[in-house]
Structure formats: C-alpha cells, structure tokens
Write a protein that binds this ligand. Structure first.
Ligand SMILES: N[C@@H](CCC(=O)N[C@@H](CS)C(=O)NCC(=O)O)C(=O)O
Length: 242
C-alpha cells in the first residue's frame, strides 16, 4: 500500500494529494505539522534525511521530489493519464515541473518567509542541527532574513511566473495540451498562494485557479481546508536542483 508523508494540502504536498485523489488511490496518511518542525524530528529524518515533505512510500521504495513522484504515479497508475497526451504536451508538463522547482517554489518561499517574519523557537533550532549540511546552511540563511532587494526580486520573479502561466493557458485553458494534466497539478498549489502574498494575477490565471479549485479531486484533496488559508510552504527552498 502507498504511504504518504505530507504537510497537509499546501505546496508540494498538495500536488501529491491531488494526484492520489485524481487516480482514486488509497494511501496510509502521515500528516506532519510543519509549523512545529515535525519534518526535522528524528523519526521523520529516518524516512527522509533531507527533512522535507512530501515523501511517498510504496513496495519498499521511498520516493522524494514531488514532480518525479507525480511522474512515477502516472506511469504506475495510468488511469486517468495525466502526463500529457502527445509529445508537445509531455514536453510542456516537464517544462512546468522544472519551472516550479527552479523559479516558482524558491521565490514563493522567500516572499512567504519575509511576510511571515517569525523566528523558530529554540526547540525548532535544535532540529536544524540534525539536517544535512546543505539544508542547515539554507536554514541559517533564512534565519538571517532576506534583504529588501532579494524579496523584491522574488516578487518580480513570481509576477513573471504569473504571466508565463497566463501565456500557456491562453490557447486551451490548461497548461499542457487540451486537458488537465500534471502541469496543472504541480503549478496550482503554488499559484493559489499568489493572491495571499499580495501578487495580482492575470484574469486567465484567476479563472484557471477557480476552475481547478472546483474539480472534485482537488476538493477532495483539500478537504475542509482552503489552500490559501493553509500553512504555506515552509523553509528556505533555495538551491534546488535544476
Ligand atoms: N524539492 C522538493 C521540495 C519539497 C519542499 O519544498 N517541501 C517543503 C514543504 S512544501 C518542506 O518540506 N519544507 C520543510 C523544510 O524544509 O524544513 C520536492 O519537490 O518535493
């Protein structure tokens, strides 16, 4: 059986929750309280030493990296297929998977972190010591805070991302090809936070967010919790692959 370790219906975790609901897959639910830094507790670090969610486990395999995990799920459980109907759509799905990782999520984390303005308490800081050096260094940087210029640059990058989302939605109303796909699933939870961070999005993007939010799998994945109100991506997600 699938087991999912996640932080609730926001950020990367939301993408996997949506995909599992879309494919009607049952799973053992391990929800972690990210605000309490449960992702840095020894029992979870035994699952993912990087101290990040989501993590999907199945048949002795431990999968991290959300976009790759989405691709895995789509190949293993092809009904309904979400990877793109033709080479062009599949290319676009992959493009969005990378763009979320290299541009959208890291900049969102900076803006969110700057707005949150809360310093983790001593107990949380103790957890940082258990992280691998590169993750510890990122946290140290976040605790120092980001400069006004860095936050401004992150906001500008997100505004550009909103425009790029609008561009790809223009022809079919979906990000890749003429239907709902992994591209929509990987981008949606992040783009859904833009408004809460004071970023205005083009009307096409607002309309797409509304349509995606109404899908039954998305409603099922989000449960009672609204995405915007949900705890946002935690952590200084800079220095990703890509
Ligand atoms: N590259 C990872 C990023 C995952 C990620 O950023 N997870 C965030 C929540 S959305 C997290 O666990 N942050 C907690 C931390 O870094 O301590 C993926 O694609 O899954």
């Amino acid at each position: 059986m699938i087991a999912l370790y996640h932080g609730g219906p926001s950020g990367h975790s939301a993408s996997l929750l949506i995909a599992l609901a879309e494919k009607g897959l049952a799973y053992k639910d391990h929800r972690l309280d990210l605000a309490a830094f449960a992702q840095h507790a020894p029992d979870f670090l035994a699952v993912n030493p990087a101290g990040q969610v989501p993590v999907l486990r199945e048949g002795g395999r431990t999968l991290t990296e959300t976009f790759f995990t989405l691709l895995y799920l789509d190949e293993r459980y092809p009904d309904p297929p979400l990877g793109g109907a033709d080479p062009e759509a599949r290319y676009t799905v992959q493009k969005w998977g990378k763009y979320v990782e290299t541009h959208i999520a890291p900049n969102l984390a900076i803006v969110d972190w700057a707005m949150r303005g809360q310093a983790p308490d001593e107990a949380a800081r103790a957890g940082f010591e258990r992280l691998p050096p590169e993750r510890r260094a990122l946290w140290a940087q976040a605790l120092q805070g980001f400069s006004a210029e860095e936050v401004q640059a992150a906001r500008a990058a997100l505004a550009k991302a909103a425009d790029r989302i609008a561009e790809d939605l223009a022809s079919t109303g979906w990000l890749a090809g003429d239907g709902w796909s992994l591209a929509d699933i990987i981008v949606f939870p992040h783009a859904a936070r833009f408004a809460a961070l004071g970023l205005t999005v083009p009307a096409t993007v607002a309309d797409w967010l509304e349509r995606v939010g109404q899908r039954s799998a998305v409603r099922q994945a989000l449960g009672e919790q609204s995405l915007v109100a949900a705890a946002a991506t935690m952590g200084p997600e800079r220095g990703r692959w890509g």
